[in-house]
Design a protein around this ligand. Structure first.
Ligand SMILES: *[C@@H]1O[C@H](CO)[C@@H](O)[C@H](O)[C@H]1NC(C)=O
Ligand SMILES: *[C@@H]1O[C@H](CO)[C@@H](O)[C@H](O)[C@H]1NC(C)=O
Ligand SMILES: *[C@@H]1O[C@H](CO)[C@@H](O)[C@H](O)[C@H]1NC(C)=O
Ligand SMILES: CC(=O)N[C@H]1CO[C@H](CO)[C@@H](O)[C@@H]1O
Length: 678
């Protein structure tokens, strides 16, 4: 017990480092325009998608359209979609989007509408905003109709699983799929759908369109593709030939831009005189489908609102993979040198004479499997390979090369994504994060070693708030299991209520919970949300962190090898309904649920056993001895109420699978019998 308490204390000290020195930032975009409007740098946007079944093409093209419509000189903007699924359906959708953009972009700019993802826009704005303006009303209806038609074509293709023959004939790009034998075995497919240099690439108002590129890098079974890091590195190389923007935005395919000015916000930091040391500007991850009380703690509100700001004060936030504006050269491995001025305006387009076709061909080799052999890509250049959280590791290495980063968290969020909507998805996602984080801690990149002398000590500590997520499982499990087994036998582990030694315990309990409640309310949460967070705190630690911890240790010893699981972004109707009503979702059998169910039943048994002992004891001396333990055990029972419900009372598809129920009951009873016998 003492070791557990010691760990909690140490970890608490570490978490405080994220709260010492929060930084709040504001931008002045008008001054950016005044000084630099003519010499704004080129910007490349990278959107990554991996699988068209979990990341629907319609969602992806909405993200693409929202960034194409940034309030920025279009000739300086290029958007790249990397499709690791190599799916014809995705290409078809992007082709549709490239046609629709000719109408959508002028519409956005003319009426200054927000947000610029058509799906988000038309689902929030149900009628023309300005009814008095007949021009607006008419255009609004036309565009809505165009969007609905495109949506139908894309969704029809997705549902039937194939691109209609007529559409296939219209664009020769589809011929590339004749050579695709499977998503894991195909040559590079690279299509420049809109070439911004081409005078014919204009919208209906004769304005230039941003460049739009589709890339499915080469995949061969004998080459490791390195997941998202590999895709981003291929994009970095390909884009360096096509547009070579000085600033690179990486964004996940489910995160649309909710603010067309975010790009200018980021440039305010990067182009500032004081900003020459800034390598990237990280926007927080925000979500548009969080329910009021956020039952799975998926909003990560405290991290985004409090800890990112604290990190900023300590030397710079983590790179969290999405919603992040990088300088291209720092991402490619450049070291920081003092007094090295950045030349934002000395770009000359060397490739002006090359035709689109030739350009496509030359770029294809850059995305081939063998290109990276014997190069520094994945090591010193680009994103790092070999870690499930390649983004965090890459950000750390950039900071260790002397750079700093900033986090910018405006009132109106820059990017909105889709959060996981089931318990299992949340737990699996957390497992992947905490596993990758622990791997970094145990590797040569451990901030205390690798960052020593390169980044401030506070920043090294703050990194450990995340890198040490997984080891929390041991102390927590001990605290959940041992006191409740002991209570059943009448063994006391905490001071008596009548002794003054109970005060430090009570103080810690009250102070800790009052503080976290206060913090969450301050970030805009609700009381119920705080309570839900406490539940998720327990569940993540006893399942996600436990699996992450064991797998990492096993891997270090040379055993298991785990893959990368994409969390699904599609939900069936039943499930969505339960999510909106904030009913906890179990449904699928999973070892994670077995653990949750077993622990909660064991706790219930202990609590009942303890109640029996206390009631039978007439002089209430036992209660004096066991009160703190009963408080702990009772709290665990209350927090587990949704699990009992899922185990015994619910009838819907989201209840606990009966196999898990039986298993949990038998193990819990067996464990109790053994504990009582000894
Ligand atoms: C899409 O599918 C629906 C139902 O299957 C059909 O009625 C509709 O005509 C299709 N639309 C297009 C554009 O193919
Ligand atoms: C997204 O943008 C809209 C305006 O377009 C704004 O009303 C809304 O508050 C933003 N959402 C968030 C979460 O900031
Ligand atoms: C919510 O989850 C995040 C990430 O797992 C964690 O850092 C945070 O502390 C959680 N919130 C609470 C109140 O436990
Ligand atoms: C994928 C998903 O579950 N999306 C949902 C996000 O939340 C909004 C509102 O709660 C729903 O309308 C979406 O269907």
């Amino acid at each position: 017990m003492f070791m557990s308490e010691l760990w909690f204390t140490l970890y608490w000290v570490v978490t405080q480092s994220a709260r010492w020195n929060p930084v709040y930032r504001y931008t002045f975009k008008d001054r950016l325009s005044q000084r630099y409007e003519k010499v704004l740098p080129k910007v490349d946007v990278f959107v990554c998608t991996a699988d068209h079944t979990v990341e629907p093409p319609l969602m992806v093209v909405n993200t693409v359209l929202s960034v194409m419509a940034y309030d920025y000189p279009t000739e300086k903007l290029s958007v790249y979609l990397s499709d690791d699924g190599g799916s014809e359906l995705m290409f078809h959708a992007l082709l549709e989007a490239s046609r629709f953009s000719k109408y959508w972009l002028p519409f956005c700019k003319k009426f200054k509408i927000e947000p610029r993802s058509p799906e988000a826009y038309f689902s929030t704005v149900l009628q023309p905003v300005n009814m008095d303006d007949p021009v607006m009303a008419e255009e609004w209806s036309t565009i809505k109709k165009l969007y609905e038609d495109m949506k139908e074509r894309i969704n029809n293709a997705s549902n039937s699983g194939q691109v209609p023959e007529a559409a296939r004939k219209e664009h020769k790009g589809f011929q590339d799929w004749d050579l695709v034998s499977s998503r894991r075995d195909h040559p590079t497919i690279l299509q420049i759908l809109i070439d911004g240099r081409d005078p014919r690439a204009v919208d209906i108002e004769e304005q230039t369109l941003p460049t739009l590129v589709y890339l499915a890098r080469e995949k061969r079974p004998q080459y490791h593709h390195n997941f998202k890091a590999g895709a981003l590195n291929a994009l970095l190389r390909v884009s360096s030939r096509i547009s070579n923007g000085l600033v690179v935005l990486t964004v996940d395919c489910d995160m649309y831009s909710n603010n067309s000015k975010s790009l200018r916000d980021a440039l305010c930091f990067l182009m500032d005189e004081e900003g020459e040391r800034i390598a990237f500007v990280q926007f927080p991850q925000s979500f548009n489908n969080i329910t009021t009380n956020d039952i799975y703690n998926t909003s990560l509100r405290v991290i985004m609102e409090v800890e990112l700001r604290g990190l900023d004060g300590n030397g710079g936030p983590l790179y969290i993979g999405t919603g992040c504006f990088h300088r291209r050269d720092t991402l490619c491995g450049k070291k920081y040198e003092k007094d090295c001025k950045i030349e934002w305006w000395t770009e000359n387009d060397k490739r002006a004479e090359e035709s689109t076709k030739v350009l496509e061909e030359t770029c294809k080799t850059l995305a081939s499997c063998s290109y990276e052999k014997n190069t520094e890509w994945g090591k010193e250049m680009g994103l790092k390979y070999g870690c499930p959280v390649e983004d965090v590791l890459t950000g750390l290495c950039i900071q260790c090369r002397g750079w700093r980063s900033v986090s910018y968290n405006p009132e109106r969020k820059g990017f909105l994504g889709v959060a996981p909507t089931t318990l299992l998805q949340t737990l699996v996602q957390t497992k992947r994060w905490s596993e990758g984080d622990l791997q970094i801690f145990l590797s040569k990149y451990c901030p205390f070693v690798y960052g020593h002398g390169k980044i401030p000590l506070q920043l090294q500590m703050t990194y450990c708030v995340y890198l040490l997520w997984a080891p929390n499982c041991l102390a927590t499990l001990y605290y959940v299991v041992v006191p409740s087994f002991c209570i059943h036998k009448g063994l006391s582990l905490f001071p008596k209520v009548s002794s003054p030694w109970v005060l430090p315990f009570l103080y810690v309990i009250i102070a800790k919970y009052a503080y976290s409640l206060g913090e969450l309310l301050w970030c805009g949460g609700t009381f119920q949300e705080w309570w839900n967070d406490q539940r998720m705190w327990l569940y993540k630690r006893t399942t996600s962190y436990l699996f992450a911890f064991t797998e990492t240790i096993l891997k270090l010893l040379g055993f298991a090898n785990s893959g990368f699981v994409v969390t699904s972004k599609v939900a069936d109707e039943d499930l969505s309904l339960r999510y909106e009503k904030e009913v906890m979702e179990f449904g699928a059998p999973s070892p994670m649920f077995s653990i949750l169910a077993t622990l909660s039943i064991a706790n219930l048994l202990s609590f009942i056993g303890a109640l029996k002992i206390v009631i039978m004891d007439s002089q209430s001396r036992v209660f004096d001895k066991l009160a703190l333990q009963m408080l702990l055990c009772g709290l665990l029972v209350i927090i587990n109420l949704p699990v009992y419900e899922g185990l015994f009372f619910r009838k819907d598809n989201g209840r606990m699978p009966s196999a898990v129920t039986y298993q949990a009951i038998s193990i819990a009873i067996l464990a109790h019998t053994i504990a009582l016998l000894y």
